[in-house]
Structure formats: structure tokens, C-alpha cells
Write a protein that binds this ligand. Sequence first.
Ligand code: SF4
Length: 342
Amino acid sequence: MILRTPEYYHSFKCIAEKCRDNCCIGWEIDIDRDTASYYKSITGSFGERLRNNISDGSFILGSNERCPFLNSGNLCDIYMTLGEEHLCSICTEHPRFYEWFGSFKEGGIGLCCEEAARLILSQDMHITEKMTAEADDTQCDEELLKTLLTARDIIISHLRSGNLSDSVCTMLSFAEELQYRLDNGETELPQWKLSGSTEKPDIRGLLDHFAGLEPIDPHWPEYLKSLSSAPDELPELSAEQEIWLRRIGEYFIYRYFLKGVFDGEILSRVKLAAVSIWFIGWLWRNKAADNGACSFEDCVWLAKNYSKEIEYCEENLEALADDSYCIKQLTSPGIKGLFCGS
Ligand code: SF4
């Protein structure tokens, strides 16, 4: 099977104790069956420690929800004692993600990890391919897949160039038309026609909507609340920040758009990309208003926080997809209004 990934996927390396928001804190970590039985076979005091700190197939989290094997120097005792090859599959793979599409598999690294976010923001997405020994066993509609692959290339190429607001508004119109065609059994792609908006932006409404989602970090609701008093006039994004934001848009489209081959749903995924581009950019502009600047590291941090809240909670992703048809701020005109609203 062919594995397709952005080039930066291969450069990713966990920064371990240097990480400011370690993924071994605050998450339940399930241990795969093979690793769990290997841990059961370990003898001596470390074997006993393993068995005392695992229950129902997961590590028993300690105070502040720390993994019991994350030591005081924020290094992993399992890695140091048994070796990297004996980490469970979640710990080995995070923050990598994969999706299977018949004859090929796509992978990437998730924006929720600060080191991955650094790579996503700082490098253009060049897709690489390599052969793997994995069997080819996922069925999908090949004709629809071909259509969606072409549509995704069109969207990504437009996100890379031209005025970002225009590209996002046009991307939404293109996705609306494509969704309409797919719903009616057509697979011919619509034209990419420049589109704007006459909707008024409704930033407070969108903020209220995000505040209603399930928080992952306990500080997130308070942070969102503090943004409700943000001034209407904020510093514009710099040319560099706009490039970082385009790369974030590409990441969302690359990661989610093709999943439409399994359920025929592409519009809500495009809306997710559009609203994420806007919201992350808005967080950066607020930071610049408060601090006089929003550095690359600030941008990485804020994009990572957003991703952690939205992408790494299945319920939040589902709520956004469902609400994108009925909550005014998440309909296509509502989102376009954020970018080009009068
Ligand atoms: S969030 Fe990323 S960099 Fe931080 S510990 Fe996890 S994998 Fe490593």
C-alpha cells in the first residue's frame, strides 16, 4: 500500500521534557493488547510498578492527571527502562494520524502538539509517497474518491495563493455547489468562481458557540470569556502570519476533506477548515492587541490550544459538524461574513 504524508511528517520528533503542554498529562492513555501483555510479562520491581499502575487497559493517572510513568523531569520511565519500541501504540504514534482509502493511506501530524504545530506553520505542505507492507483492505467509492482528490487539490492550490479572505469565501461557495451535486448523484466538479459576502460578521455569536463546547483544558472557558471583551478593531495579520494561517487551512483540508468519501459529506468539513482559519487568526490578532505583537511561538501556542479543544474531542468535532447546518454563525454565509462581511 502507498503511504502519502506531508514531508514534515518525517521530520517530527517529540521534544519530550521541553514540551510545555505534554500529552502525557491530562489524557487517558489506552494500552493496546500486545503491549499490555508484554507489560504483564515484565518481572522485577519495574514489572510490579507497571502492574500497579494499569487498570482496565489504561494507565492510572496521578495528581494533575499525569501519566504515572512521566517522571519529575517530564521524561517517560517506560521509554527509559524498556526502550522506545515498548511504548504502547498511542504513545508511539501520537500526534500522528492516519486514514485508509483503498489503495493508499494518508498520514500526517496533528496540530494539537506544539512541536507538530511548529512544523505545520513553518513549512509548505509537500506530499510524499512511499510503499508500505500493509495490506490494501479498505473499500471506498473509487469514482467519488477521484472527484474529491481533484477537488481537494483545487482548494489547496487556491488557499496557497491570492487574497486569503477571497479564497476562503470562494472555497465555501465551491464546497456548497459540490455538496449539492454530490447529493444529487453528480460527480462533475463546479467552477472555482470568486465569491464574497454581504453578511455582517458575528464574532460574539461564534465565541458563544465555542464557549458551549466541551472544554478539554480547564483554563479554556476562562480564556474564551476574556475574549468576549475584545475590541472590534484589532491589528491586521502580518504577511508572515497570513502564510502560517494558509498552511493551517491546508492542514485542515488535507486532514478532513477526503473523509467525505465514506459519508458523502464535504461541506461541514470545509466549514471546519474555514472557521478554524478565521478563529486562529482572530486569536493571534487579539494576542497582538494585548501584547503589541504575536510572535511565531505565540502563534504556535494558540493554534495548538485551538486544535486541542476542537480536534481532539470527538464530541466537539461532531457538534461543529451538526451545528454547521443550523447555527447561523456556522452556515456558509455566516462564516463568509467573518472573512468578507460588510
Ligand atoms: S505534545 Fe508533542 S512534543 Fe509534547 S510530549 Fe506530546 S508528542 Fe511530545
